[in-house]
Each structure stands twice: as C-alpha cells, then as structure tokens.
Design a protein around this ligand. Structure first.
Ligand code: 5GP
Length: 182
C-alpha cells in the first residue's frame, strides 16, 4: 500500500532540522527527502545528504525538465524537491517527509492534497528572533531576510492541518512522529 506524505513547515530558526533528526530516531523507517538548493553548504553539510547543492543553471534545468515536485525562492536562494524519489518511496510504502518552506508547502497542497501538512511553531516570537539572530552561520543580510520571511510564515500557520509547538524537541518530535504514523 502506498505510504502517506507528510509536509513539515515552519519559520526558519524554529528548529525543523533538529526535530527532523530526532524524528528519524523515533521513526527509523521514515524517508526524508533530500532537496536541491543553490545555497552554499554550511560547515559540515554534505552534498547528497543534507541537500543536493547545485548551481543556478542546474536548478533552472531541473525546473525545465519538470524534475521538481515543488520549488521556491527563500532568502535569495532556490530550493526544490526532486519529484521521482518522493514517488518511489511512497509507492514502496515508506512514510515520507518533506521539510520545506511555505510556498513549497502550498504547491504540494495543490498537487498532492492527500498529504498531511504540519506547521512547527516557536514557543514565542521573541524566542524565534533570538534564535535566528544568534546564528553564526548566516550573514546579517541573511538573518534580516529570514526574519522578514519568518513573519510571513507565522501568519500562515492556520493553513496547516496540524500545529506543533517546539518548546521541547523530544515532545515536538514525538508529536510529529504520531502524525507521520497515524
Ligand atoms: P536552510 O537554508 O535554512 O537550510 O533552509 C531555508 C528554508 O528552505 C527552510 O525553511 C527549509 O525548510 C526550506 N527548504 C528546504 N528545502 C526545501 C525545498 O526543497 N523546497 C522548499 N520549498 N523549501 C525548502
């Protein structure tokens, strides 16, 4: 039987990456999609693991070849979900997760309405601002763009089927795990 797709969204800085890492431990059978991005790798990020790092022409070609399930621009970079691996894993019965921003989630809502849409939110806005501002890996300009975008994303929380507050990583991951498996 085909498995269900879960889409996890939420503002940059909310801790999606950490929650997904914990989720993988809780639900080892889950498959997490590897996005293509034009963003430069952060220290420790490996090509093909956290992301597939591509240049702009390659990203454009992927769009032209209709290889992406969804794609969006975020803080000056482009991000997209390769379509084929998602369909393959779902067909093989693997619960599948996309960790993507709002525009992409909206596109998936249109093309795959049966997916489950989960919004991860911070305990408070000041906490999110503090977390984003404290990021050593991002330039001031990047932080500013991400903060602007976070405001837009927070305003869209109601569009999602489920909202999970990330006050405690274990708790948030357990809630997302229950949604993925239900
Ligand atoms: P970061 O640069 O911090 O890794 O990611 C920036 C934002 O892009 C995050 O909100 C992340 O969820 C989102 N993102 C990562 N991959 C994709 C993707 O394939 N598609 C879309 N639409 N957003 C993505």
């Amino acid at each position: 039987m085909p498995a269900r797709l879960t889409v996890l969204s939420g503002p940059s800085g909310v801790g999606k990456g950490t929650v997904v890492a914990r989720l993988r431990e809780l639900v080892p059978q889950i498959w997490v999609s590897v996005s293509a991005t034009t963003r430069a790798p952060r220290p420790g990020e490996r090509d093909g693991v956290e992301y597939r790092f591509v240049d702009h022409p390659t990203f454009e070609q992927m769009i032209a070849d209709d290889e992406l399930l969804e794609h969006a621009q975020f803080a000056g970079n482009r991000y997209g979900t390769p379509r084929e691996p998602v369909h393959e894993h779902l067909a093989a019965g693997k619960p599948t997760l996309l960790e993507i921003e709002l525009d992409g989630a909206r596109q998936v809502r249109t093309t795959m309405p049966d997916a489950r849409f989960v919004f991860l939110e911070p305990p408070s806005v000041p906490e999110l601002v503090q977390r984003l501002s404290g990021r050593a890996t991002e330039s001031d300009d990047q932080v500013r763009r991400r903060l602007e975008r976070a405001e837009i994303e927070m305003a869209a929380a109601d569009e999602f089927d489920h909202r999970v507050v990330n006050s405690d990583i274990d708790d948030a991951a357990a809630q997302v795990a229950a949604l993925v498996l239900s």
